[in-house]
Design a protein around this ligand. Structure first.
Ligand code: 5AD
Length: 483
């Protein structure tokens, strides 16, 4: 039987889609192999910024060369570039056999079979707008202690810079009972932490209308959704869940009912990633974000007041068309004012179809680089101060696995998303445990903590260390994607 390899670019939604592709392919009898020897290579692509798209083009070029020696190699392009470019990809780039959109993942085995029968290159990029399908995790018995669960897909916002509405289609929501059932199954299989996924995750409404309204829900508010009601339903119906997160929300739907849910639903993490994009009202308008700086500050302050100690992280675009030094200074002052503890910064990148194409991309590359560097410098300082302030404290850590780089150290996260490497746990199996760690040191992006005596006394011994889950933790904090 054939073997396959998947390379994933981009966001968590793509990571999640790749997991579903693994399941679909394994279910059809394919086996996973190293990319250098696989019969089928899937590139799950991202097009949110031009650089991500360029990566695909160079990777396809490389594979086209490989095909000269490996004539049967099948090259599949999936994800957002597939959806966005469709037929054009096959026409422009040599070597692609199949282009498959995010909503057509279940059809992969059938399409591969058609190719095996000698079909010419196939393009299948059809949104499932009529009867949206949400692929449920099949292999729930995996070693992972954390999992993503999709609750909605697509996006109805029209942020002027963003290609997502064109690559992921209109918003479609998953029935709440299905969401709760998938989470319950994952938790029963040993998952401790769930992250609810959606492009504007907090615009969620239940298509089956079966959720009781959340307290404080203001149904006449156009920004109100049923997201708070869903969070409450998950917490109530899956009491064994240890921690609940979500990504990515839109500030517009950070309503009173959601803030109240954070105060009252104990399983919710004390960290929210809330993309702001800019601190200048003039730019927020040009970006069509539909909130002002003051509204963002007021809502996030209310959230922090409701949940003392809650940390916020964000996404920021530098060099959006028309961004002046004054606008950028407003972004820096907002970052200071809100005190973000993590920040993803990106240089503006003009994208096909987006309304911002009508605006001149007039901030020079040098200015973009300089602004991004200043932004990272500030965010690193804020994070550094925050982490230094935690030295000497005791933190509850959900242990995710053995850290790849640090060898024998267990690593996990606090409910505020700080990464903690745990010492003093030699010979113990901490996977999936929630333990206390006495923080002894701060690194640039993480903490180091000594396992507390109580946790040490009650921990399981490690039976087969070579089989223990090895996971590397992606950085939560300052990213260099934009660089
Ligand atoms: N250029 C630069 N950054 C972008 N993002 C989305 N579209 C663009 C673009 N055209 C960033 C936003 C978003 C994150 C996922 O990617 O900050 O929140």
């Amino acid at each position: 039987m054939s073997s396959y390899a998947i390379t994933t670019f981009g966001c968590q939604m793509n990571v999640h889609d790749s997991e579903r592709m693994h399941e679909v392919l394994r279910g059809a009898g394919y086996t996973e192999a190293e990319a250098s020897v696989a019969d089928v290579i899937v590139l799950n692509t991202c097009s949110v910024r031009e650089k991500a798209e360029q990566k695909l083009r160079s990777e396809v070029g490389r594979l086209a060369k490989q095909k000269r020696n490996q004539r049967d190699l099948v090259v599949v392009v999936a994800g957002c570039v597939a959806q966005q470019e469709g037929e054009r990809l096959v026409k422009q780039l040599q070597g692609i056999d199949l282009v498959v959109g995010p909503d057509n993942i279940p059809e992969l085995p059938r399409l591969l079979e058609e190719l095996a029968q000698g079909a010419p290159p196939i393009v299948r990029t059809v949104f499932d707008t009529e009867t949206p399908k949400f692929l449920t995790a099949l292999s729930v018995a995996g070693a992972s202690k954390t999992a993503f669960v999709t609750i909605m897909k697509g996006c109805d916002e029209r942020c002027s810079f963003c290609i997502v509405p064109y690559t992921r289609g209109p918003e479609r929501y998953r029935p709440s009972a299905e969401i709760v059932a998938e989470i319950a199954a994952l938790v029963a299989a040993g998952v401790r932490e769930i992250t609810l996924l959606g492009q504007t995750v907090n615009s969620y409404t239940d298509p089956t209308k079966s959720l009781p309204p959340a307290p404080d829900a203001n149904e006449s508010d156009p920004d109100e959704s049923e997201f708070a009601a869903l969070l409450r339903a998950v917490a109530e119906q899956v009491p064994d869940l240890a921690r609940l997160r979500y990504t990515s929300p839109h500030p517009r739907h950070l309503t009173r009912s959601l803030i109240r849910a954070h105060a009252e639903v104990g399983v919710l993490a004390r960290h929210v990633h809330m993309p702001v994009q800019s601190g200048s009202d003039r730019l927020l308008k040009r970006m069509i974000r539909r909130y002002s700086r003051a509204e963002y500050v007021e809502r996030t302050a209310a959230l922090v007041a409701a949940v003392p100690g809650l940390t916020l992280s964000t996404d920021i675009i530098v060099g959006f068309p028309g961004e002046t030094d004054e606008d950028f200074d407003l972004t820096l002052s907002l970052v200071r004012e809100v005190g973000f503890k993590g920040l993803f910064g990106f240089k503006y990148s003009e994208r096909p179809f987006t309304p911002a194409r009508k605006l001149a991309d007039d901030v020079t590359e040098a200015q973009k680089s300089e602004r991004l560097a200043r932004l990272f410098e500030l965010s690193e300082r804020l994070l550094g101060e925050h982490l230094a302030g935690l030295v000497g404290s005791t933190q509850r850590v959900l242990v995710e696995g053995l850290d790849k780089e640090k060898g024998e150290l267990w690593s996990g996260r606090t409910d505020r998303h700080e990464i903690v490497h745990i010492t003093g746990a030699a010979g113990l199996d901490l996977a999936g445990e929630i333990v206390d760690a006495d923080i002894v040191r701060n690194n640039k992006h993480s903490l180091q903590g000594e396992l507390s005596a109580a946790a040490r006394a009650s921990a399981r011994p490690r039976v087969a260390p070579e089989k223990a889950a090895r996971r590397s933790l992606p950085l939560v904090v300052s990213a260099t994607q934009g660089a």
